[in-house]
Each structure stands twice: as C-alpha cells, then as structure tokens.
Ligand binder design. Structure first.
Ligand code: UFG
Length: 323
C-alpha cells in the first residue's frame, strides 16, 4: 500500500487517480487546501494532519505502507514571505514528524514534492540539477531544508528517496473529473481561464520590463498528468531498488512568456482577454525553464503534453467544475 499525504490537493489528487490503477492507495489529508471530492473512490481516505503524532501512529501501525509520497505543503511564495512561521511549521516541522514516523515503523521509501523555487533566480537558459540551490523565499527554503534532511537520513538511516522539483504545474485530468482549484487562486492559467469564462473582470500581467523577448516572465508549464506519471516512474524505481536517492527537475524544457500563455488561452477558447499591464510581482524570477534530461536519462520519463494540451484540459475542467 502507498501512503499519499496531501492526496486531496491539486497534484496529489491527479497522482492518486492514476496510481489506484496499479496500487492500493491510502490518502492522508487535513483538507485545509485539498478537496474531499477530488480523492478517487478507489483510494482509502483518512482525514488527519501529519503534525499530529497520533494520526501518524495510527496510519503506520494499521496499514502495510511500503512507500510514502508527500504532497502536503503550503506553496504560495508571497504568503511565505509574510508568514514564514506557517511555512516552516508545516513544510518543515510536520514533514519531519512524517519522516520520523516512517523511520520508527521501518518504512524507507519516500517521494518528495519539491519546487523550482529552490533554485532562486538562476541566470541560465535551462536549469539543470547541477545549478546550486539558492532559494530567495521561505517557501523555497522550506523545501530545500527537507531535501537536505533527506540526504542526511539516507546516509544515516538508509532512507531511499526521490526528490521531484516541479516547474509550473497546470492542466487537468483528461476525465474532466478533477482539476486545479485553489482558494484563493494565484496561478496564471486558471486566472486567465476564469477571466475568459466571465468570472473575473480582466487578467493582470505582472511586469513588462523583464529581460525576455516580450518583456514578460517566462515559465516552463508542465501538465499535471505528466507530473503524475513522473511520480509513478519514480515509485517503480524506488520499489525495484534501482534508485540512488536522486533529485530530478520536472518540466517540459520549453519556456512561454505570460503574453504567450494568454494568447494560447485565447486560441484554445476562441475568446478575447482583457489584459491589464501592471508592476512586477515581488520575487518573480524573469525566466525559469527546466532541463529535464536527467530524469529522461535515468528513469525514462519525459513530458508528453504541450502548452496547448495543458490549456485545453484546464478549459474543459473550468467549464464543468465538479467541486
Ligand atoms: N502572473 C501574471 N498575472 C497573474 C498571475 C501570474 O502575470 O495574475 C505571472 C507571474 O508573474 C509569473 C507567471 O505568471 O511570471 C506564472 O505565475 P504563477 O503564479 O502561475 O506561478 P509561479 O511561477 O509564480 O509559481 C510556480 C508555483 C510555485 C513555485 C514556483 C517556482 O506555483 O509554487 O512556480 O518558481 F514556487
């Protein structure tokens, strides 16, 4: 059985929907940002928090967990600057509880959701995993702290782990049953689609004076189903003993500017956006594009869905939201 912590959240719920096809899955989620309706019915569900030692004891004593996948974290960069305590308590403190409970119950396989925010503002075209981590906000730092703890736990306690550093996750499940729903929403693609669906007055572009061809920020958007598939490859590798405790970028290797994303949303929907050009948002790097060559080489995974497919799936979900 695989324990998926945060399996009611956006990325966790997409992973669960695919993973239940091949494994028994137990979801543990406190439902603070996740949605009960997003959890696939074939998965078992426990409503609880990894900050609670009793919950962890119950889970590890009563279920034959062979691996843990950890998606439960706060992930808003701006909020992490204003309220670092929330980020360090949950993303670091509670994750440490989880790791210690795993050790206590001799569960040694761990897949960790990390982020491109660990790189800070790297001044390179394509970011590969040899670029030194240098996070510039508490969110990125909280993820890097766990990455470092994992390396120490691996050498001292034989913990085996895979760290997956996501670039910009987007899109929705092909079934149309689950998709991206954050409250509040801060991410570019759902905000554009909400605007085009008539739920927001306009779409703001944060900054037009970046050192990029059209002056707006460039990001590497990756379909959430491609992310889910990467987790399943990483799980196979861990369970088959191939893994050597590694960190991998998850991206498409292709960058799109904010303007290009808006244009693609207009093409997919056939609707015209009302765009408002604004000041830069604090802490936004101008360009973040992954090299995902390492995971392709070592685990045979690569992203299969392009920006248009990402937006098509997200639009299908937005027009027919189930929760
Ligand atoms: N943007 C706008 N207008 C908006 C919202 C976003 O112009 O209304 C721009 C942002 O400035 C940025 C781009 O669109 O340039 C993408 O912004 P998102 O908020 O969608 O995503 P981020 O790149 O800021 O953040 C994502 C993840 C974080 C992670 C980060 C790593 O959501 O969790 O990538 O860099 F930390």
């Amino acid at each position: 059985m695989i324990l998926v912590v945060g399996g009611a959240g956006y990325i966790g719920s997409h992973l669960v929907k695919d993973l239940v096809m091949e494994e028994d899955v137990l979801v543990l989620d406190n439902l603070i940002t996740g949605h009960r309706e997003a959890i696939d019915q074939k998965a078992l569900f426990i409503h609880g928090d990894i900050g609670d030692p009793f919950v962890l004891k119950t889970v590890f004593k009563n279920y034959p967990i062979k691996s843990v996948m950890h998606f439960a974290a706060y992930s808003l960069v701006g909020e992490s600057v204003l309220d670092p305590q929330k980020y360090y308590e949950n993303n670091v403190g509670s994750t440490l509880n989880l790791l210690n409970a795993m050790l206590k119950h001799n569960v040694k396989n761990f897949i960790f959701s990390s982020t491109a925010a660990t790189y800070g503002i790297p001044n390179v075209e394509l970011i590969d995993e040899t670029i030194p981590a240098n996070p510039i906000n508490p969110y990125g730092k909280s993820k890097l702290m766990i990455e470092e703890i994992l390396a120490d736990y691996a050498s001292a306690y034989e913990m085996k782990y895979t760290i997956l550093r996501y670039f910009n996750a987007a899109g929705a499940h092909e079934s149309g049953e689950i998709g991206e729903k954050h409250v509040p929403e801060t991410h570019l693609i759902p905000l554009i689609l909400q605007h085009l669906a008539g739920l927001r007055k306009n779409i703001s572009v944060f900054g037009t004076d970046y050192d990029t061809p059209d002056g707006t920020c460039i990001r590497d958007y990756i379909h959430v189903t491609d992310l889910a598939k990467a987790h399943i490859s990483a799980l196979h590798s861990l369970l088959n003993g191939w893994n050597k405790s590694a960190v991998y970028n998850l991206g498409n290797g292709q960058g799109f500017s904010v303007k290009e994303v808006i244009e693609t949303c207009e093409q997919v929907t056939g609707l015209k956006a009302d765009v408002v050009y604004c000041e830069r948002r604090a802490g936004d790097p101008g360009r973040l594009v992954a090299s995902a060559e390492k995971i392709k080489r070592e685990l045979g995974w690569e992203a299969e869905r392009n920006l248009e497919q990402i937006i098509q799936s997200a639009w299908k979900w937005h027009r027919n939201q189930k929760y």
